[in-house]
Design a binder for this molecule. Structure first.
Ligand code: GLP
Length: 239
C-alpha cells in the first residue's frame, strides 16, 4: 500500500483530485467507481472545480457507485444517488446516461447480477474510491465472518447507524443497504482510500497493520496490488 499522510482534508482533496483529473485526461473514457460520505467531498470539489475551469471533461467517463440505502426512494434527499448528484455529477459535464447506481428498491439478487454484468460490459472499474467506516467497513461491507463477492443486501450495524443517522432528520435511517461486495471492489484495477479524523484511527491501524480478516473488511486491501491511502495526521495517529 502506498500510504500518504497529508496535513488536512483540503490537501488530501487536492492530491486525490489531481490524480483523477490527470487520469481522466489521459483516459477520457475511463470507468470510475465512486463513494459517498464526508471523506471524498473535498476530492469531488476539486474535480468539479477543474471541470468548471475547463481543465477536465467528464463527458466520456462512466461511473459506478459503491452502495445505496434500501427502502428509500432514489430521489430522497438522503439517498446516495442524490448525494452524488449534489456533490459531483450536477457540477460537471458528465453524461448521466453513463452513471450507473445500485437500486436499493430492486430485488437484491437480480440487481447484483445486473450490476456485475454492467461493470463487466464496461471492461471493469479503473479506479475505485473508498472511505472507511469506524468499524473497518468498506462500502457497506460490515465486519463479518467471510469476505463477500458481488453486490448484496446487508443489515447495517449499530456503529454504522450511529455514524450515519445524523444525516436523517425527517425519517429514521434505513436499516438495510445494497452494497458492492468485497470481490467487486478488489477487482478494480486501482483503489484510492481516503480516511480523515481521529474516529478512523483504529480502523486505519487494523486495515494496514492488522491481520487480513473479514472482522476488518478493509484489511483485504493489503492483498490488492495498487492501493493508495490518503490519511490526515489524526487518522494516521495509531500507525
Ligand atoms: C458509509 C459509506 C461508506 C463510507 C463510510 C464512511 O458507511 N457506505 O462508503 O466510506 O460511510 O463515511 P465518512 O466518509 O462520512 O466517514
Amino acid at each position: 500500500m502506498d500510504i500518504r499522510i497529508l496535513g488536512s482534508e483540503k490537501e488530501i482533496g487536492a492530491a486525490a483530485g489531481r490524480l483523477y483529473v490527470d487520469f481522466i485526461n489521459a483516459n477520457p473514457t475511463c470507468v470510475l467507481g465512486f463513494a459517498t460520505g464526508a471523506s471524498p467531498v473535498p476530492t469531488y470539489d476539486y474535480i468539479a472545480q477543474s471541470c468548471r475551469q475547463g481543465k477536465v471533461s467528464l463527458k466520456g467517463v462512466s461511473t459506478f457507485n459503491l452502495d445505496e440505502y434500501c427502502d428509500l426512494p432514489r430521489d430522497h434527499k438522503n439517498s446516495y444517488f442524490t448525494f452524488m448528484c449534489e456533490n459531483l455529477f450536477s457540477r460537471t459535464d458528465i453524461d448521466m446516461a453513463n452513471v450507473d447506481f445500485l437500486d436499493g428498491n430492486a430485488d437484491p439478487d437480480e440487481e447484483s447480477a445486473r450490476y456485475a454484468a454492467a461493470i463487466k460490459a464496461k471492461g471493469g472499474i479503473d479506479i475505485q474510491l473508498l472511505g472507511i467506516g469506524r468499524n473497518g467497513h468498506i462500502a457497506f461491507n460490515e465486519p463479518g465472518d467471510k469476505f463477500t463477492d458481488e453486490a448484496w443486501r446487508v443489515a447495517l450495524t449499530q456503529s454504522t447507524i450511529d455514524a450515519n443517522s445524523i444525516y436523517f432528520d425527517d425519517i429514521p435511517m434505513p436499516r438495510y443497504a445494497i452494497t458492492m461486495g468485497i470481490g467487486s471492489i478488489m477487482r478494480s484495477k486501482k483503489i484510492i482510500m481516503i480516511a480523515t479524523g481521529a474516529s478512523k484511527a483504529e480502523a486505519v491501524k487494523n486495515m494496514i497493520k492488522g491481520p487480513v480478516t473479514p472482522a476488518c473488511p478493509a484489511s483485504i486491501l493489503q492483498q490488492h496490488s495498487d492501493v493508495t491511502v490518503f490519511l490526515d495526521p489524526a487518522a494516521a495517529a495509531l500507525l
